[in-house]
Design a protein around this ligand. Structure first.
Ligand code: RB5
Length: 150
């Protein structure tokens, strides 16, 4: 699996903490920055990662900002992106089982590093349940089509 990962200054530290988990899971990643604590605008980094997921250039994405809220708002503008803000383990699991989330968002100032590592591990190893949940995702795609998203 190949993923895109990105963050703003509120997520740089946590991003560094979760990269070893990706390595353990044999997940290849492209890092779209940022790499420092210098203040940047989260939509710039959110756009790059979300676009890669939306285009199918990568299988999934991870975005991190201070709370995760800004990145989630950006990511869910993109067709075919199902971004889930998961600052605890239960939502990480459910976002895969029920929502087939393809973009994980974390709050770098909310979640501690050990919990973040567990969230990432669970999110990448939990399958989508399908069935009635697929029908609901099909309805989301239909909404995108109605709104003329490409
Ligand atoms: C940046 O200070 C902060 O607003 C950003 O990281 C994020 O939390 C936005 O939702």
């Amino acid at each position: 699996m190949k993923i895109a990962i990105g963050c703003d200054h509120g997520g740089t530290a946590l991003k560094k903490e979760i990269l070893p988990v990706l390595k353990e899971l044999s997940i290849e990643w492209e890092d779209f920055g940022t790499d420092t604590d210098e203040s940047v605008d989260y939509p710039d980094f959110g756009e790059r990662v979300s676009q890669a997921v939306s285009n199918g250039k990568v299988d999934r994405g991870i975005l991190i900002c201070g709370t995760g809220i800004g990145m989630t708002i950006v990511a869910n503008k993109f067709p075919r992106v199902r971004a889930a803000l998961c600052n605890e383990i239960y939502c990480a699991k459910m976002s895969r089982l029920h929502n087939d989330a393809n973009l994980l968002v974390l709050g770098g100032r909310i979640v501690d590093k050990e919990t973040a590592r567990q969230i990432v591990q669970i999110w990448f190893t939990t399958p989508f349940e399908g069935g009635r949940h697929q029908r609901r995702l099909d309805k989301i795609r239909a909404i995108e089509a109605k709104l003329k998203c490409q």
